[in-house]
Design a protein around this ligand. Structure first.
Ligand SMILES: Cc1cc2nc3c(=O)[nH]c(=O)nc-3n(C[C@H](O)[C@H](O)[C@H](O)COP(=O)(O)OP(=O)(O)OC[C@H]3O[C@@H](n4cnc5c(N)ncnc54)[C@H](O)[C@@H]3O)c2cc1C
Length: 521
């Protein structure tokens, strides 16, 4: 390998997207940076249901793609969806090669396939029952540790470093347990964002609380186009036992027949098409309507699973036990919680963003697969498939040596979102939205960003980008439900936005409000 080839690819994130990309980049040297020790603070470790792939005898990638397109509510990209569904079986084969063992059918001959909401076939590959994410991340970490071309650094990326022509050619990295003033510039032949989702911006979430969309902020500041940020999937059945993040009652439970009831024992999904197995947005809105009407809502696994819930869903059973509940003998309290970000940094087929030198993989990216509503178990699949395309693209490019501009001043380390921002996201940018709430949120987040003008607080910046994108979409589609625009527009369109555009819109909202208040005074 020549001296020039020694320049590493920098991968930011230690979840499935970052680990898989780092492995696929072999033999190129990789620096993998993760904010926490590998295996911690990554949504991947929490995944329960599994990974969707058309492996069954009665299944085909075309059917898998059809289901994803139907769930995506008019905004799924058919080419991307077909490509990712086609690559599903090979993605599972690759994970097997990395040493990950999936659960087998009872006769031990084939991989067992589960059913989840809105999938027309059994196609959910799982490991350790409902401990799929943990098994996958542990397997990939082991493979990464055994790959000498990958160096792992623990710390946070605070900013992207660019050349004078705007190409991303490195990162500003702060090692763990150090201050932003100790941050150093690391140069790379390219940078892959694999920083995960944004659920931590919400008070009720299933995501790690530090999942606050730092990758969206990094890309936004570099000028990247962001797409469909308003589409935040709320999981309908987060377990309401007072924990943050909220543990999840996997969709697979409803796949096996568990039902939703309110405190009066009414099965309120019975009259809705698809019942408990309707797409997530429909189930989440129905649960939310019950809650806003003052009802408590429960998941009842007893009729379908009885005592078998303990052996078939050991993770769920243990989570309930940690809250003093036994699903075999009582219904379990649930509510919707921010779960998955369909929108993100816009990428092309090879995961390249609109900024040269920058790629995005996993939940931070908007590939076009999920549209307005993700089909369950398609995100782990997407990360594995995209990691291969990204690695291939980076390997095919000639490395261009160039100096980076010095880092911008006033770098700060974004941590967890503060409690009032998280509550406001729940209230104003939550399951059901309206113009008044979205505009209030955009103004408040804009003031917060401006309180730190050197850089702007990243959590408020990402919250602002989501609020402005949601404010601009005057319809109800998939996971974006507007009380003031309940209809679906006849022409599906994506929301594309840059940081400059979002800040301009938020400033106009803030100024018009100030003028209105002055007029009243
Ligand atoms: C409870 C739960 C259950 C789920 N179940 C399923 C399922 O069954 N099937 C499915 O397909 N999907 C599931 N999902 C979704 C899926 O788990 C995620 O979409 C996926 O794991 C995201 O992977 P990722 O690699 O993009 O991000 P993550 O796994 O979240 O990893 C992000 C990484 O980036 C690091 N990071 C972030 N910012 C920085 C920074 N500035 N500097 C350095 N490092 C940084 C983090 O520390 C972390 O290591 C579930 C999600 C949750 C929360």
């Amino acid at each position: 390998m020549s001296q020039r080839d020694q320049n590493p690819v920098i991968v930011i994130g230690g979840g499935i997207a970052g680990l898989a990309t780092a492995l696929r980049l072999w033999p190129l040297p990789v620096v993998l940076i993760a904010a926490a020790p590998l295996g911690r603070d990554a949504a991947t470790a929490l995944a329960q249901g599994g990974i969707a792939a058309a492996l069954g005898r009665d299944d085909a990638p075309r059917l898998h793609a059809d289901d994803a397109i139907a769930a995506a509510a008019g905004l799924g990209d058919p080419d991307v969806t077909r490509r990712i569904a086609d690559a599903g079986p090979a993605a599972i084969a690759w994970l097997l090669e990395q040493g990950i063992d999936f659960d087998l059918a009872s006769d031990g001959s084939e991989i067992a396939l589960g059913l989840e909401a809105a999938h027309s076939r059994r196609r959910i590959v799982h490991a350790g029952g409902d401990r799929t994410g943990r098994r996958v991340i542990d397997g990939l970490i082991k493979a990464v540790r055994a790959t000498p071309s990958i160096a792992v650094l623990e710390g946070r990326v605070l900013d992207l470093a660019r050349t004078e022509h705007g190409r991303v050619a490195g990162v500003v990295y702060m090692p763990a347990n150090r201050r932003p003033s100790d941050a150093v510039l690391l140069r790379g032949r390219g940078v892959v964002l694999a920083t995960g989702g944004i659920g931590g911006l919400y008070a009720h979430t299933t995501n790690p609380v530090k999942a606050t969309g730092t990758g969206v902020a990094l890309a936004a500041r570099a000028g990247a186009v962001l797409r469909d940020l308003e589409f935040v999937q709320f999981h309908p059945t987060a377990i309401a036992i007072g924990r943050d993040p909220m543990p999840l009652a996997t969709e697979a439970l409803r796949g096996e027949g568990a039902i939703l009831v309110n405190a009066r024992g009414e099965r309120f999904m019975e009259t809705i098409a698809g019942a408990e197995l309707a797409p997530r947005d429909i189930v989440a809105s129905a649960v939310f309507r019950q809650i806003t009407a003052g009802e408590d809502v429960f998941l009842d696994t007893r009729p379908a699973l009885g005592q078998a819930v303990h052996t078939r869903f050991p993770g769920f059973s243990a989570l309930c036990a940690s809250g003093g509940l036994d699903p075999a003998s009582q219904p379990i309290p649930i509510r919707p919680a921010a779960h998955y970000h369909m929108g993100g940094v816009k990428v092309g087929a090879s995961g390249q963003t609109t900024v040269p030198g920058l790629w995005a993989c996993g939940e931070v990216a908007s590939t076009g697969l999920h549209g307005a509503n993700r089909l369950a178990s398609n995100s782990l699949l997407e990360a594995v498939v995209q990691s291969a395309s990204i690695a291939e693209d980076i390997k095919s490019r000639t490395f261009l040596e160039a100096a980076c501009l010095p880092p911008s001043p006033g770098l700060s380390s974004p941590g967890q979102a503060h409690a009032s921002l998280r509550r406001q996201m729940d209230r104003d940018v939550g399951v059901v939205r309206d113009a008044a709430g979205l505009q209030r949120a955009a103004r408040d987040f804009w003031f917060e960003v401006n309180a730190n003008p050197a850089r702007g607080a990243d959590t408020a910046l990402v919250a602002l980008l989501i609020a402005i994108s949601a404010e601009r979409r005057h319809e109800s589609r998939g996971a974006h439900q507007r009380a003031d625009h309940p209809r679906l527009s006849t022409t599906p369109r994506h929301t594309e936005i840059t940081l400059t555009e979002a800040l301009d819109s938020a400033r106009e909202l803030a100024e018009s409000r100030t003028l209105a208040m002055e007029a009243v005074a």
